[in-house]
Design a protein around this ligand. Structure first.
Ligand code: ATP
Ligand code: MG
Length: 139
């Protein structure tokens, strides 16, 4: 388990870039837990930078998945609207698994489809602070 208390969006990004991204390997799945505004997209922005991508990171609310160019590639999902397996298939989730690192916002909605060994990233807000806890995989 790895825990960190962030006091700003910049600290959340830096933690993801320097303490998390270097430990990730192709095939790793990060399953976020934390509600609206918890910092999932902010954390993913740091991951992309830490993996070596210069791409702009934004919430994949409408596209459902964004792909950022780095090695391994980063696939950023928003499962907010996903309610069943048919929906999930249509995002390409099962095709992306294993081909890069997956970062999944609203992973609560696809609990049953998460692979064994998924890394849980829980973000708990308290004012401007976020307690960030990673469990699973190399953490
Ligand atoms: N320590 C912090 N870490 C991350 N974000 C913070 C922090 N403190 C304040 N914030 C603010 O919280 C918000 C986090 O937004 P972000 O889009 O990353 O959340 P999200 O979990 O992806 O939300 P959504 O569920 O809507 O996709 C931003 O407005 C950011 O400025
Ligand atoms: Mg988001």
């Amino acid at each position: 388990m790895l825990s960190f208390i962030s006091h700003s969006p910049a600290e959340t990004e830096e933690f993801a870039a320097s303490a998390v991204a270097p430990k990730l390997r192709k095939g790793d799945v990060l399953a976020f837990r934390g509600g609206l505004g918890a910092g999932k997209t902010t954390f993913t922005r740091g991951l992309a930078r830490g993996l070596g991508s210069d791409d702009e990171v934004s919430s994949p609310t409408f596209a459902l998945v964004h792909e950022y160019a780095c090695d391994p590639p980063l696939y950023h999902f928003d499962m907010y609207r996903i309610t069943g397996f048919d929906d999930l298939y249509s995002t390409g989730f099962f095709d992306y698994l294993g081909n890069g690192v997956l970062a999944i916002e609203w992973s609560e909605n696809i609990e049953g489809a998460l692979p064994d060994g998924a890394i849980t990233v829980t973000l708990t807000p308290d004012g401007e602070s976020r307690t960030i806890t990673l469990e699973g995989g190399p953490f």
